[in-house]
Ligand binder design. Structure first.
Ligand SMILES: [Zn+2]
Length: 173
């Protein structure tokens, strides 16, 4: 597709400047397009591999189930309550609006009730109120946090719908 655009004659465009401009845009796009193409190739290869496996285990329901189940990694958030001091000045704060707040609802039922959901990630924790933060030193701003959100990676199992449907159709189920 790229080659097609690059060899197009300029006759259909009046302003040759805009042709140059378009050419530059296309050249800039060639790297991301190559990346997309590579990942499509990879997905196709994986799909082919899976189809071969399905064919092999056509009559083995247990094996088929394993092949047709996708394991999807999910970030699981957990809310805990405990006191911990940290330096507020160098901590990072992220704000989540709208549907971005949905991630946290499972851990914190009130996540959607606030206009924005704010998540503070301290850089330096403090043992005592008088401790100096190694980053901010004399400008340390000690505060106490009481609610802490943390996450861990878990996997969820899900049926590979496309493959399952294809197989069911093939087996007349
Ligand atoms: Zn600090």
């Amino acid at each position: 597709m790229l080659e097609y655009f690059l060899t197009q004659n300029a006759h259909c465009v009046e302003d040759s400047l805009s042709v140059n401009c378009a050419r530059n845009v296309i050249l800039q796009l060639s790297y991301p397009m190559a990346l997309i193409s590579a990942s499509v190739q990879e997905a196709l290869a994986k799909n082919k591999e899976k189809q071969a496996l399905i064919k092999k285990y056509e009559n083995d329901e247990k094996e088929l189930r394993k092949i047709l189940i996708k394991r999807i990694p999910i970030k699981k958030w957990k809310l805990e309550y405990y006191d911990k001091k940290y330096c507020e000045r160098c901590s990072a704060q992220a704000l989540y609006y709208g549907n971005d707040r949905l991630h946290f609802v499972e851990a914190d039922a009130y996540a959607m009730n606030e206009e924005h959901y704010s998540l503070t990630t301290p850089k330096n924790y403090l043992e005592n109120w008088t401790d100096l933060c190694p980053t901010c030193e004399k400008n340390t701003r000690p505060v106490k946090g009481t609610r802490w959100l943390s996450w861990s990676l878990e996997t969820r199992e899900e049926e590979d719908v496309t493959e399952a449907a294809r197989l069911k159709e093939k087996l007349g189920l």
